[in-house]
Write a protein that binds this ligand. Structure first.
Ligand code: AMP
Length: 281
């Protein structure tokens, strides 16, 4: 496995693989990798001849008061995880390699990006769409792997690929969790001991909501209140949103009658965590 830092080096590797007729899987990440990322890499290794993992904390997708400066990094540990999982290339560019001084082109999306995380992070998805587009152009993968953990991001990327006729397949992968249910996230590392215990409430509240749905509850308002109530019992939390939307359009629904996405974003202290599940009826 090789670690490269420039676009040129990725292009050279990709063009050599293409000459040999090899397929390419791609896993875009911001690094500080855990078993969630690993599950994506694992799937990419199973389905492709070569696997590229990008590790890039993309400044463009962070708002002014977000955690760009403090985002955790550990390239050495990341490269060990990639190597043992079977990735062939890590692309780890500096921001200047991705955004030269005269950079002025963006990929943006309406519709799917206006609710959920897009509401409290208004420039986030423009940054995500732009960087993912650039990474797709650099790596030119056959398949790219994204986690259902970031459900809105997955929907946005699928839509972008369809709208802009990009020639690759987007593969969505299930959420990997800690033993107590907390969705694995690089940001979990920000949590103090006390906050880490409090953070269990995200998955617990969703489980309560799921239980009521399975019992046949069809009122979105009731489910939302059950989830909110459960989160609010925990004093260290501040809810950003608890939303129940159509799983495809991400538009709010009033009744549970098709496949829905139940998505939450909650601050535990200063750390903003997200979680979700889809429910088919
Ligand atoms: P990030 O490094 O947070 O930008 O995440 C990179 C990719 O890993 C995204 O497609 C995420 O959805 C995915 N991912 C992050 N955490 C998890 C998890 N717990 N389970 C599955 N996929 C995840």
């Amino acid at each position: 496995m090789k670690i490269v830092h420039t676009v040129q080096e990725v292009r050279e590797a990709v063009s050599a693989w293409r000459k040999e007729g090899l397929s390419i899987g791609f896993v875009p990440t911001m690094g500080y990798l855990h078993e969630g990322h690993q599950s994506l890499i694992q799937r990419a290794v199973e389905e492709n001849d070569q696997v590229v993992v990008s590790i890039f904390v993309n400044p463009m997708q962070f708002g002014p008061n977000e955690d760009l400066e403090s985002y955790p990094k550990d390239l050495e540990k990341d490269s060990l995880l990639c190597e043992k999982t079977g990735a062939t290339l890590i692309f780890n560019p500096q921001p200047e390699e991705m955004y030269t001084g005269d950079f002025c082109s963006f990929v943006d999306m309406t519709g799917l990006t206006k609710g959920l995380c897009g509401k409290s992070r208004p420039i986030h998805f423009r940054g995500v769409c732009t960087v993912v587009n650039k990474l797709f152009n650099i790596v030119q993968p056959d398949r790219a792997y994204f986690g259902q953990k970031d459900a809105q991001q997955l929907a946005v990327i699928k839509q972008m690929v369809k709208d802009l006729n990009m020639n690759l397949e987007i593969v969505g992968c299930p959420i990997i969790r800690e033993e107590d249910g907390l969705a694995k996230s690089s940001r979990n590392t920000y949590l103090s001991k006390e906050e880490r215990v409090a953070a269990r409430v995200l998955s617990q509240s969703l489980e309560e909501g799921r239980g009521r749905l399975e019992e046949g509850e069809t009122s979105v308002q009731v489910i939302r209140e059950i989830i909110r109530g459960c989160i609010e019992k925990e004093p260290l939390t501040k809810i950003d949103y608890v939303e129940i939307v159509d799983a495809k359009s991400l538009e709010p629904v009033e009744k549970v009658e098709k496949t829905i996405l139940i998505a939450i974003a909650v601050y535990i202290g200063k750390t903003r965590l997200i979680d979700n599940f889809t429910f088919e009826c």
